[in-house]
Design a binder for this molecule. Structure first.
Ligand code: NI
Length: 182
């Protein structure tokens, strides 16, 4: 089932999301609907607050051919992207590390705006899968980027809040119009 994607200006995007406590069918069904919604919108990641449910649930699907992901380990073992995609998880704990890199980000909740955000290129993530299994994912490139972007959503933070102050000035009017129209 397709869900409506909350747009910039909607207060649900500012909420600090609560952790998932029950690993039940309702959770699985919400995750499936989020994945379907993300594919339909041609995104690579979606967080539950973006479908107006303020809980710590994220779905990600990054194409296997994504070359920027040159390092990926799950529970300490080397893996390929297709081994773990689509990735659906709750209650993430992230430890970003490594060199800071600029990258143009976009977001299904912030229409037609892309902006450069500087973040560490690597991340070590402790993720709980939908069956309650806890895994550690250590990675770089687009997956590390996406994990940081999506987990920001769970803390009520949008990428446009992480851009440089010069870019903030450039984006100010566009964002005002988005918020007015939401
Ligand atoms: Ni986003």
């Amino acid at each position: 089932m397709l869900l409506e994607i909350a747009q910039y200006g909607n207060p649900v995007l500012k909420e600090k999301c609560r952790p998932i406590e029950h690993f039940d069918d309702a959770l699985k069904s919400l995750a499936d609907n989020m994945l379907e919604t993300m594919y339909a919108a041609e995104g690579i990641g979606l967080a539950a607050p973006q479908v107006s449910v303020p809980v710590q649930l994220v779905v990600i699907d990054i194409p296997a051919e994504e070359e920027s992901v040159s390092f990926l380990q799950v529970n300490g073992e080397d893996k390929k992207l297709e081994d773990i995609m689509p990735l659906m998880f709750v209650n993430p704990v992230l430890e970003p590390y490594g060199k800071m890199h600029p990258f143009h980000e976009g977001c299904l909740s912030v229409h037609r705006i892309r902006a450069s955000v500087i973040r560490p290129d690597y991340v070590k993530a402790t993720l709980t899968l939908l069956d309650g299994t806890v895994i550690t994912v250590d990675c770089n490139g687009l997956l590390a980027r996406c994990l940081q972007h999506e987990c920001d959503h769970l803390n009520g933070i949008l990428f446009v809040e992480r851009v440089s102050s010069a870019q903030k000035i450039t984006l100010k009017n566009k964002l005002k119009r988005l918020a007015a129209g939401y």
